[in-house]
Ligand binder design. Structure first.
Ligand code: C5P
Length: 285
């Protein structure tokens, strides 16, 4: 095989509970990940250059060692003494540094893709090990599941057998927010201590859309709003426009609403000004 194209989807966090700070500096989380239809495409092409290079037309995507897809490929080529070259071409549809784990998903797609293309033969546990070294959100994308419970720093994944399909309007301000900064601003004494995962999960399982929308929650919200207080207007605007529940995804700034149908999502999307925001209609994948 000379070339392989892989799909690299985004995620939302329907719940993100921060339980505490760990001795290693990371935070202990309990989160429900949802894989969504918004996705990048990654084409991996072998070549004779002995170099790994990344191509991407998006101006905010780094093309070298800060790119997690590049890092994933470098790790595998180093560990398995792959001397041939590789071109990683990323068609970027997922907003960058937006709480949607686009970079992490790209890294997982490269791990899975190169395992086939280079015929390395890594098993799932070995792939998970690489994922954990690359970032907290990478592991989720190694599982073929729509929803999963994430614990630890987010890298310990338990797929959830849930069939519910959700529709969302996803609004991403044209501003990047870095996860590290958001966690640094988090005041753990102010996070609510409810078990929001177990509050939401029964509603998700039953497809009880109204209660589910009311149970969305994200402990990082105060920290995101301390960086950008104006983002509260985004949430308010979605609620005013008729969304039942609105929540930040991950460390933001993406905000999403749960809506009952694609039709509702399309009419909600029409109410947003695209100069300052990117607005997507997405569903569970
Ligand atoms: O794992 P990842 O590289 O995506 O994390 C980026 C940064 O976010 C970490 O360096 C850390 O500061 C913060 N973080 C955290 N707790 C987590 C995940 C991320 O404090 N569970």
């Amino acid at each position: 095989m000379h070339r392989l194209t892989v799909h690299s989807p985004a995620k939302l966090n329907l719940v993100l509970d921060v339980l505490g700070k760990r001795p290693d500096g990371f935070h202990e989380l309990r989160t429900i990940f949802e894989r969504i239809s918004l996705a990048d495409q990654i084409t991996l092409t072998r070549n004779k250059s002995h170099k790994i290079s990344v191509r991407c037309a998006h101006p905010h995507v780094p093309l070298s060692s800060k790119n997690l897809a590049f890092k994933a490929a470098m790790m595998l080529s180093g560990d398995f003494s792959i001397s041939e070259g590789l071109d990683i071409n990323i068609v970027k549809n997922i907003p960058v540094a937006a709480g949607l784990a686009g970079g992490s998903s790209n890294a997982a797609a490269v791990l899975l893709g190169l395992n086939r293309l280079w015929q390395i033969g890594l098993n799932h546990a070995q792939l998970l090990n690489y994922a954990a070294r690359l970032g907290s959100d990478v592991a989720f994308f190694l599982y073929d599941t729509s929803y999963a419970l994430g614990t630890g720093r987010g890298e310990l994944i338990r797929p959830l057998d849930v069939k519910t399909k959700l529709w969302h309007v996803l609004v991403t301000p044209r501003v990047k927010i870095y996860t590290k900064e958001v966690f640094a601003r988090l005041k753990l004494s102010l996070t609510n201590k409810k078990d929001n995962v177990n509050i939401l999960l029964p509603f998700l399982r039953k497809g009880d859309f109204v209660r589910l929308a009311g149970a969305l929650s994200n402990d990082l919200e105060p920290a995101i709003l301390s960086l950008r207080p104006d983002f509260i207007y985004l949430k308010d605007k979605l609620l005013d426009a008729g969304a039942a529940g609105v929540c930040f995804s991950g460390s933001g700034p993406s905000v999403f609403a749960c809506v009952p149908s694609q039709k509702h999502a399309l009419s909600l999307r029409a109410k947003f000004d695209r100069r300052y925001t990117q607005v997507f209609v997405v569903s569970t994948m």
